[in-house]
Write a protein that binds this ligand. Sequence first.
Ligand SMILES: NC(=O)c1ccc[n+]([C@@H]2O[C@H](COP(=O)([O-])OP(=O)(O)OC[C@H]3O[C@@H](n4cnc5c(N)ncnc54)[C@H](O)[C@@H]3O)[C@@H](O)[C@H]2O)c1
Length: 448
Amino acid sequence: MLGAVSCAGGGCESTAARYRPLATANVADIVARTHVRRGKGRSIAARRPTTATDLSNGFEGRAMSKMKVGMIGGGGPANFFGAPHRRAILMDNSAELAAGALRSNPDEALASAKELYFTRGYRDWKSLVADESKLAVGERVDYVTIVTPNDAHFGPAEAAAKAGIGVVCEKPLTMNLAEAKSLYQTVKQHKTPFVVAYTYTAFPMVMFARRLVLDGAIGEVRKVEAWYPQGWLASKLETEGQKQASWRVDPSKAGASGCGGDIGTHAYEFIRFVTGKTALRVQARLKSFVKGRALDDDFTVLAELDGDAVATIAASQITIGAQNDNGFRVSGTKGTIEWSITEHNALKHLEAGSPVKIYRLGAEYGYIPESIKPYVRVPSGHPEGFHEALANLHRTIEWTIRASRGEKAPKPFELPGIADGAAGMAFIEAAVASSKQEGAWVPVASIE
Ligand SMILES: NC(=O)c1ccc[n+]([C@@H]2O[C@H](COP(=O)([O-])OP(=O)(O)OC[C@H]3O[C@@H](n4cnc5c(N)ncnc54)[C@H](O)[C@@H]3O)[C@@H](O)[C@H]2O)c1
């Protein structure tokens, strides 16, 4: 049922029309009525409302409430990535979809929130942040998930951080490095729980690769190859009304790099996440193979990393048949680690003169570190994949928030945060500049 709510701070025009499904109120009423003590002249007013804690029967977990998650973007029938995030948020039954500003058109945003069973729907992200931040902790959203096109990441992320609301933000973090640096400072200042949705880093075997490499299993890192070819933009799909293609080839919505910003950032984050290294300078060649495109559909970068290592980052959207193939190979002084999404529950470890060692996913296997086990949901041999990885990003922010409140939660694995998002923008900006200068070496700016 739609209805207006009060506005404060002068934002009446953007005030949300919010709704609470009748079912929510009814269930609360029923619970309260069922547990009321009978007789002895107690009035209705004197009866204490029953809370989840009252019903816990000593089961500690019940005392904690579900994470209340807001979503910005991700609505409408033609949308892509909102739905995987919603599945991921709900996967562990520890969170609920509390508030949504799901589309750019206010009426469609409200309709979409209702259709997708969000507790509260908002006309736009400004009203969501403004109104939610007036609610008490425990009632308001604990964090928002931003799943809009790239031009609408910075605004809601900054507003949420300033309002004390956590953020899971899609990549690329922002439209440009200036926005990214500014957001980085805001998030640092407000100590905002912040995760950047580099989905592939949250596959358990990629997390394991990070542990192995940082613990020295392959010695000093010398070289990283990171790849992410796709083929879906090999023809001019944007002229056929395909929504995801349309904004991805538009610099005013996507930023200064098309393919690089969209998937080159994923490949670059493999390097930072698995090796802990960062690019110091790059030589890049960005190309638009499809005529008339303002942005690159092919992105090739050579990078010098700290510690005298080198990397190649190859992303493409014109590699017909490549589907969503992405992965990395890290070579060190003692061996090589290799992972590909084509066999994502395995991790190869190669050493000179020895048979290839293949680790397989399984929380019961002794070699999987304790820090990763809470991110594995089923016994070995039962495939876990893309949605679980996305859910792992949400687990990290959830456990970070719960721990900050003194609630019991597993230790969150250090999945990518604001610094990684900002570093991704510094990398993209340097790559664009290098390509414009015919592949000259361009330093990658610091995010500080
Ligand atoms: N991490 C990953 O693996 C991954 C995968 C796909 C997409 N993405 C990222 O997710 C984001 C969305 O991509 P997509 O493919 O789902 O795009 P999409 O075009 O399918 O969906 C964008 C959604 O945002 C809504 N929207 C647009 N402007 C808005 C605004 N100002 N306020 C509220 N809602 C608004 C649209 O109505 C739509 O529902 C992009 O940043 C993209 O890079 C990440």
